[in-house]
Design a protein around this ligand. Structure first.
Ligand code: HEC
Ligand code: HEC
Length: 302
C-alpha cells in the first residue's frame, strides 16, 4: 500500500494513482482531449434530441398513443406513413375518377391518365389475372396470350371491357357463350374422321398435307363456327385456324384431342367482384399491352 500522496512518474511525467504492486505503479493517464470533447458533444446532442424528438418511453400518465414523450416536433413515423397512404389513395381516387367514361383515345392522349392506367392496371392484373394468364399476360395452353393481336372475342376497348365484365362461359346472362361440340366423346365423328379433319385443320397453316376427306367433314361440321376459310368468328369466340396461333397447341395429338373432347375455356366475370373503376383500368391496361384494336378496324377474321 502507498501513502496516498500523489507522486509523478519519472519517465512520462504523468501522475500516478497511488496504487502500487510489487514496485509497479499505476499511472493516472488523462483521457485524450479530442475524445473527451466528442463525448461531451454527444451528451449535448442527446439533450437537444430529447427536447425536439420523441424520446423517453413509458412514463406514467402519458398520452395513450405510443406512450412516450412527443418532443417539440411531435414527430411520428406512424402518422407519416398514414398520411402518405392517404395521399396515395387520394391521388388514385382522382385517377379512377378521370378514367370513368374516358374513351381509349382520350386515355392514350393523356400522359397522366396513361401512366395511371399502366400502374393501376398492372397491380390489379397481378392480383387477379396473372394466375391464369401469366405475370406478363403471355398466357398458357388454354389461357390466351393478351399481348398479341390474336383475339377470340375481339380486341377493341369495348370488347375487352365486355369480356372482363361478364366473363366467358359463366353463369351471367350477358356472358360470352358458345360451345364447340365434343365430336369424339359425343360420337358425332368416328376416330378416323377426327384424324382426317385434324389433318385438314393443320393443313390450313401448312402443318400437314391437304386432306380431302377432312375438308369435306370440315365444310359440314366446322365451317358454321370457324368459317369456310377457317379464319374463325368472333361472334362465337371461334379461333382462327389459319394464323399459326394455337390456344390449345399445334401438335397433331393436341388438335385431335381438342376435337374429340371439345374445348370449354372458362374466364370468370368480374362485375361485382372488382369495382367498375378497376375494371376500366384493367380493360385499358390489356388494350394497351399491344394488341388493342380500333373500333373501326375490326377485321372479319382474326
Ligand atoms: C380462372 C382463370 C382466369 C382468370 C383468373 C382470368 N382469366 Fe381471362 N381468360 C381465361 C380463359 C380460359 C380465357 C379464354 C376463354 C376462351 O377460350 O374463350 C380468357 C380470356 C380472356 C380474354 C379474352 C381474350 C380474347 O382473345 O378474346 C381477356 C381480355 C381476358 N381473359 C382478360 C383477363 C383479365 C384482365 C383478367 C383479370 C381481371 C383475367 N382475364 C382473369 C381465364 C382466366
Ligand atoms: C359451335 C361452334 C363450333 C363448331 C361447330 C366447331 N368449333 Fe372448333 N372451336 C369453337 C370454339 C368456340 C373454340 C374455342 C373454345 C374455347 O376456347 O374454349 C374452338 C376451338 C377449336 C380448336 C382449337 C384452336 C386453338 O387455337 O387451339 C380447334 C382445333 C377446333 N376448334 C377445330 C374444330 C373442328 C375441326 C371442328 C369441326 C369438326 C370444329 N372446331 C367445330 C367453336 C366451334
Amino acid at each position: 500500500m502507498s501513502d496516498n500522496k500523489l507522486e509523478h512518474d519519472d519517465h512520462t511525467g504523468t501522475a500516478t494513482t497511488g496504487h502500487e504492486w510489487d514496485g509497479i505503479k499505476e499511472l493516472d493517464t488523462p483521457l485524450p482531449r479530442w475524445w473527451l470533447w466528442i463525448f461531451y458533444a454527444t451528451i449535448f446532442w442527446s439533450v437537444i434530441y430529447m427536447i425536439f424528438m420523441p424520446a423517453i418511453p413509458g412514463l406514467p400518465g402519458m398520452s395513450a398513443e405510443g406512450d412516450h414523450t412527443r418532443g417539440l416536433r411531435n414527430h411520428s413515423e406512424r402518422a407519416n406513413v398514414a398520411a402518405a397512404i392517404e395521399a396515395l389513395e387520394a391521388s388514385r381516387a382522382s385517377g379512377f375518377e378521370a378514367l370513368r367514361g374516358a374513351s381509349i383515345e382520350e386515355i392514350e392522349n393523356d400522359p397522366q391518365l396513361l401512366q395511371f392506367v399502366r400502374a393501376a392496371g398492372e397491380s390489379a392484373f397481378g392480383d387477379n389475372c396473372a394466375t391464369c394468364h401469366g405475370a406478363g399476360a403471355q398466357g398458357f395452353v388454354g389461357y390466351p396470350n393478351l399481348n398479341d393481336d390474336v383475339w377470340l372475342w375481339g380486341g377493341t376497348y369495348q370488347d375487352i371491357h365486355d369480356t372482363l365484365m361478364y366473363g366467358i362461359r359463366t353463369e351471367h346472362p350477358d356472358t360470352r357463350m358458345s360451345i364447340m361440340p365434343a365430336f369424339g366423346r359425343d360420337e358425332l365423328l368416328s376416330n378416323s374422321q377426327i384424324q382426317a379433319v385434324s389433318d385438314h385443320v393443320l393443313s390450313l397453316s401448312g402443318l400437314a398435307e391437304a386432306n380431302s376427306e377432312g375438308a369435306e367433314i370440315y365444310a359440314i361440321q366446322c365451317a358454321s363456327c370457324h368459317m369456310d376459310d377457317g379464319r374463325g368468328d368472333r361472334m362465337q369466340g371461334a379461333p382462327n385456324l389459319t394464323d399459326g396461333e394455337w390456344l390449345y397447341g399445334s401438335e397433331r395429338d393436341q388438335v385431335i384431342n381438342i376435337i374429340y373432347r371439345g374445348p370449354y375455356g372458362v374466364m370468370p366475370g368480374w362485375e361485382g367482384r372488382l369495382d367498375d373503376a378497376t375494371i376500366d383500368a384493367l380493360a385499358a391496361y390489356v388494350f394497351l399491352l399491344g394488341g388493342g384494336e380500333d373500333a373501326t378496324a375490326r377485321p372479319t377474321g382474326q
